[in-house]
Design a protein around this ligand. Structure first.
Ligand SMILES: NC(=O)c1ccc[n+]([C@@H]2O[C@H](COP(=O)([O-])OP(=O)(O)OC[C@H]3O[C@@H](n4cnc5c(N)ncnc54)[C@H](OP(=O)(O)O)[C@@H]3O)[C@@H](O)[C@H]2O)c1
Length: 321
């Protein structure tokens, strides 16, 4: 009998998620396996052993009786977790250095942008104002990272090497050299009180939905060198209460926000975030998934799994990430 087929269900809708691009990559890395780009006319659902997916429709994975593993082609699995018909087979998420390094670039770019007063300096340039303000050193600024997983831990390490005072907050206890680590709800407030620039790299789960709200922003350090605290969210839009962010920017509870993710994506044209002077927004591209890298990661995992080895980065359905 031949090797079980791999079904590809990619519904990203953007250039990076062109199904043809993913199909070409998977054909290359799985040369002796049938790769089916779904929907397809001619196939037997029983031949599918693996599915590699991005934003499949709810129920789309339920019809494969011999499915063994689902590979999510990104790091966040919140959309899949919301599908009650998701087959009860291991769900593997992406954790590769390429994606991690891209996210660290985004985080460092935006922390430095706020630390180095870029919003103010660009506005000054537009007005032909030569008006430098005092610039604090990085070691006077406390950056707090919510989520110390694959992405948060790497960003923390690089920010620390730039010289920032870095802390992190996770669900369970973590230890990272030179990073002050907090965990669990009882330690959240202490973590926030010492934070000038807040970076959110949490997964979206029942526990974390709308965690970025007015109550939380009000606990951030108001006496730091950057002035009013800054929030940077590259986790998921569902982590943030968007009305609270706008109100907190307007009343000074927050000084600025960098947002890569939104409750509704694409962000509707009439959203006030587009033109808000204190908002730096990007179209959910903080850390793109690279088809070359990720298809190899999936192929390696399938090979190891079929040789009797363990899968890596398997999602815990009870935790939701
Ligand atoms: N914008 C983009 O382009 C983009 C790209 C990739 C990923 N993402 C987002 O980034 C998220 C994080 O990715 P990752 O690979 O770093 O995930 P990960 O390795 O699973 O890490 C998640 C971190 O969040 C912590 N956490 C989860 N629930 C928590 C809770 N209730 N309270 C406190 N901490 C909690 C975890 O705590 P423990 O350490 O105790 O488990 C862990 O430290 C993804 O889920 C995805 O939504 C966005």
């Amino acid at each position: 009998m031949g090797k079980g087929a791999l079904a590809l269900l990619v519904h990203g809708g953007t250039e990076n998620w062109s199904p043809e691009r993913w199909k070409a990559r998977f054909d290359e890395v799985c040369p002796d396996r049938r790769v089916l780009q779904l929907p397809a006319a001619d196939f037997d659902p029983a031949e599918i052993h693996y599915a590699a997916v991005w934003k499949p429709d709810p129920g789309e994975l339920a019809g494969f009786p011999n499915l063994r593993v689902i590979f999510n082609l990104g790091a966040g699995v919140d959309a899949l977790m919301a599908d009650s018909s998701l087959p009860k087979v291991p769900l593997v998420r992406v954790a590769v250095s390429d994606l991690t390094n891209r996210m660290t670039e985004y985080v460092v770019l935006h922390v430095l942008m706020h630390h180095r007063q870029e919003l103010y300096l660009r506005a000054s340039q537009r007005e032909r104002q030569w008006a430098p303000k005092f610039q604090w050193p990085a070691n006077a600024v406390s950056v707090g990272i919510m989520g110390l997983g694959t992405l948060g831990a790497n960003a923390a390490d690089v920010l620390k090497r730039i010289g920032f005072r870095v802390a992190g907050w996770s669900r369970s206890r973590r230890q990272i050299d030179g990073v002050e680590c907090f965990h669990g709800r009882p330690q959240l407030e202490a973590f926030l009180r010492r934070t000038d620039i807040l970076v959110c790299l949490l997964p979206l789960t029942a526990d974390t939905r709308h965690i970025l709200n007015r109550d939380l922003f009000a606990k951030l350090n108001r006496n730091g060198p950057v002035g009013a605290p800054v929030v940077i969210n590259a986790g998921r839009g569902g982590l943030q209460d968007e009305a609270d962010i706008l109100a907190c920017l307007d009343d000074g509870t927050l000084g600025a926000a960098s947002l890569d993710v939104f409750a509704r994506e694409p962000l509707p044209p009439d959203s006030p975030f587009w033109t808000h002077p204190k908002v730096v927004l990007t179209p959910h591209n903080a850390a793109d998934t690279d088809a070359d890298e990720i298809s190899k990661y999936v192929a390696r995992q399938i090979e190891r799994f079929e040789a009797g080895g363990a899968l890596e980065n398997v999602v815990d359905p009870a935790r939701g990430y």
